[in-house]
Design a protein around this ligand. Structure first.
Ligand code: ATR
Length: 277
């Protein structure tokens, strides 16, 4: 029987996870399919409790707004996901003799891995000063990744309280976005949705912030090159486009589900095609 790997979120229409995973399943001739499930917040419990909903899945990719609320609905949570406070991957760890009714679920977080791999392709993080813009769920995984890799991190956010809350959890500095020019760094990571299609003409970073050789990553991947990334590149920065984190977090999801490396290049090709490259 074809195994179903779901991606759940709300809204979900824009998700590119099926593009990547279905390319991987095709490449490896696997009898599996990745499908989108639009699950509203009030429907999440019903979706996750197999006694109530017999929907069959072998694994899940979890996106906004369920990354935190799914946690109490899982049987086990990986330690790193617990530390970050968010789950973006669910694996069925055992099915038991009663089939789906006794299926045990385990939650993981692969966003931090995706961010770290994308950044470490262009720079080491150990001992570096990293400035993170934004303090939401994505920022938490990125801050965790950078701290784990030995970086010193400062978080700037529109709402200072949220920056402080995240900074306290991971022993970072914090402030508000308007202070950016007083926080020089070797690595800048933008984690808010500013600059995303259709509002592509905007960036939170004044051009004078950029220095030649600085590493700049934007987690916005649509458009492929945001205004932030464009201006950073023009200023001589080493840039990391947002799709890289998306690709590498999916790569890690595949490894968790199947205990083997995925065909990452095929996934990247499919992703870039879907993004109109
Ligand atoms: P995600 O899980 O994708 O990180 P989130 O948890 O809703 O999403 O976090 C969104 C982040 O983007 C927050 O840091 C938010 O700032 P606030 O904490 O002040 O809300 C930031 N953000 C969203 N829109 C923004 C805007 N127009 N300007 C500045 N920051 C913005």
């Amino acid at each position: 029987m074809t195994q179903i790997y779901g991606v759940i979120g709300h809204p979900i229409a824009h998700s590119l996870s099926p593009v990547m995973f279905n390319a991987a399943f095709f490449e490896y001739s696997m009898d599996a399919r990745c499908e989108k499930f639009d699950v509203k917040p009030e429907e999440l419990r019903k979706f996750m409790v197999p006694d109530v909903d017999k929907r069959h899945f072998s694994g899940l990719s979890v996106t906004i707004p369920h990354k935190e609320t799914i946690m109490p609905l899982l049987d086990e949570i990986d330690e790193t996901a617990r530390e970050i406070g968010a789950v973006n991957t669910v694996k069925i760890v055992s099915r038991g003799s009663a089939g789906e009714k006794s299926a045990r679920t385990k939650g993981f977080n692969t966003d931090w891995f995706g961010a770290r791999k994308a950044l470490e392709e262009v720079t080491s993080l150990d001992g570096k000063r990293v400035l993170v813009l934004g303090a939401g769920g994505a920022a938490a995984a990125i801050v965790y990744a950078c701290r784990k890799a030995g970086a010193t991190v400062t978080i700037l956010n529109r709402t200072e309280e949220k920056a402080k809350h995240l900074a306290d959890r991971f022993h970072c500095g914090y402030g508000v976005l308007s202070q950016i020019l007083t926080h020089p760094a070797e690595v800048l990571v933008h984690t808010t949705s500013v600059g995303m299609t259709p509002n592509i003409g905007v960036s939170l970073v004044p051009r004078e912030y950029f220095r030649k050789g600085m590493v700049v990553m934007d987690i916005v991947y649509n458009p492929l090159e945001t205004r932030l990334v464009h201006e950073a590149r023009m200023a001589g920065c080493r840039v990391v486009p947002g799709y890289k984190m998306l690709l590498y977090q999916a790569e890690k999801q595949f490894e968790i589900w199947f205990q083997k490396k995925p065909p990452t290049q095929k996934m990247e090709k499919a992703l870039l095609e879907a993004l109109g490259a």
